[in-house]
Design a protein around this ligand. Structure first.
Ligand code: UD1
Ligand code: UDP
Length: 386
């Protein structure tokens, strides 16, 4: 029997990491059944946002790189649409896998579905219910262009049902009769797999950068709502600088290039002051294995990232989220994520609570059994073989 051909689409940092779980399973137990073609849109292109993950996570280099680079939403999405159309037409895959909610996700899902190639959406059904977020528009449209939708959580599965997706649909599946499936989270697979590798391969990383276990707080900021609003950005950085100084604790910030650019522009004095003080450590983005070690050894995590807030849970760390809402609502209900927006009062309150109540926090398993990638590939074979 010929192999099932899938196009695995990546573009932004978290998608490369997510795709590694699928690539690893294809190279392993599914190697006789599935042929993988990797397409990189080129949305992220700096070595530390892209190539480093291919090297470190041992993913094959992409078969196609569309090299779209940065730009306004319309231009970036448009370029991907235009360039990926030819790739899909030439490769003629059995299905096209897209991840999450970036412009790469949307463009690939649209291009494939309009050519009548079935789309598989991994991380389907996530909703913030805030359509001013570019990601919310991208994920809704990707879901509604898909034939097979893999929800990582119960909430995501219910969100899909609320939008009219029916779990009782029967094969044969297509865009008008899609299949929804609750799988657990492939990032949980990855955190389990790479945490062990990180300890082996990078055991001296923390020491090398002068950090000790439990003696620092990890901070990441990159969402447009924070970077592109000078008032919010300044409020967040000023509050964090004050809290770090008052409590005498180091803040380690591997910042996305977008945030550095924005900080230098909106608050150059603050940027200079922060890079000058001993307690604030702004560093370049780190590799995934290094990130796992920072997450595992941090006292607490402060972030506006979707992926990082979830990883805080995998590594049993409390997390302050610098947004008004989150898609990972179970973490907020569980009391281990607090939504603080960019509000100095809320950030301070959450900080004090988490610093003083560590023993009250519990981190139950919300994200599956760590085998989501295999479950997904089995289901893909079942659906597209028949
Ligand atoms: C994108 C996603 C976001 C995701 C994030 C993961 C969209 C709309 N947003 O946001 O959902 O959370 O990726 O990290 O798809 N830049 C560089 N080097 C690069 C790439 C970007 O310096 O390799 C800078 C450029 O100034 C660029 C800016 O970052 O304009 C924003 O990049 P872009 O890909 O548009 O969005 P992200 O903020 O990375
Ligand atoms: N990450 C990383 N190095 C960094 C910052 C983040 O490897 O310096 C990883 C992080 O562990 C997570 C993913 O990148 O797996 C999250 O990406 P990001 O925060 O850019 O995007 P989001 O998840 O918000 O879409």
């Amino acid at each position: 029997m010929s192999k099932l051909k899938i196009l695995n689409i990546v573009g932004a940092r978290p998608q490369i990491i997510k795709a590694s779980a699928i690539s690893r399973a294809i190279a392993g137990p599914f190697s006789k059944e599935i042929e993988e073609v990797i397409v990189h849109t080129g949305q992220h292109y700096d070595r530390e946002l892209s190539e480093v993950f291919f090297d470190e996570l041992e993913i094959r280099m992409p078969d196609h790189n569309l090299q779209v680079g940065s730009g306004k939403h319309g231009r970036q999405t448009g370029l991907i649409l235009e360039r990926i159309e030819d790739v899909i037409m030439n490769e003629k895959p059995d299905c096209v896998i897209v991840y999450g909610d970036t412009n790469s996700t949307l463009a690939a899902a649209l291009a494939a579905s309009k050519q009548h190639y079935p789309v598989v959406h991994i991380e389907a059904g996530m909703r913030s219910f805030n359509k001013t977020m570019p990601e919310e528009l991208n994920r809704i449209m990707a879901d509604h262009s898909s034939t097979l939708l893999f929800a990582p959580t119960n909430t995501a599965f219910k969100n899909l049902m609320a939008e009219g997706f029916r779990p009782e649909n029967m094969a044969p599946y297509n865009i008008n009769n899609p299949r929804i499936f609750l799988t657990g989270d492939i990032m949980y697979d990855n955190s389990l797999f790479y945490a062990e590798l990180a300890e082996r391969k990078k055991h001296d990383f923390l020491k090398k950068i002068g950090l000790a276990d439990d003696q620092f707080i990890l901070v990441t900021i990159h969402r447009d709502l924070n970077t592109d609003d000078a008032v919010r950005l300044t409020s967040i950085f000023r509050t964090l600088a004050e809290l770090s100084e008052k409590n005498g604790i180091t803040l380690v910030m591997p910042l996305h290039p977008r945030t550095i650019i924005a900080l230098k522009k909106s608050a150059p004095e603050l940027h200079e002051k922060m890079t000058g003080t001993g307690l604030i450590r702004i560093i370049r983005p780190v590799s995934f294995l290094e990130m796992i070690l920072l997450e595992k050894k941090a006292r607490m995590i402060i972030t506006d990232s979707g992926g990082v807030q979830k990883e805080s849970h995998f590594f049993s760390k409390p997390c302050i989220v610098l947004r008004k809402e989150t898609e990972w609502v179970e973490l907020v209900k569980n009391g281990t994520v607090r939504l603080a927006d960019a509000d100095p009062g809320k950030i301070t309150e959450a900080w004090d609570y988490f610093m003083n109540n560590k023993e009250m926090l519990h981190f139950p398993g919300f994200y599956g059994d760590g085998k989501a990638a295999s479950t997904i590939l089995r289901e893909i074979i079942e659906v597209f073989r028949s």
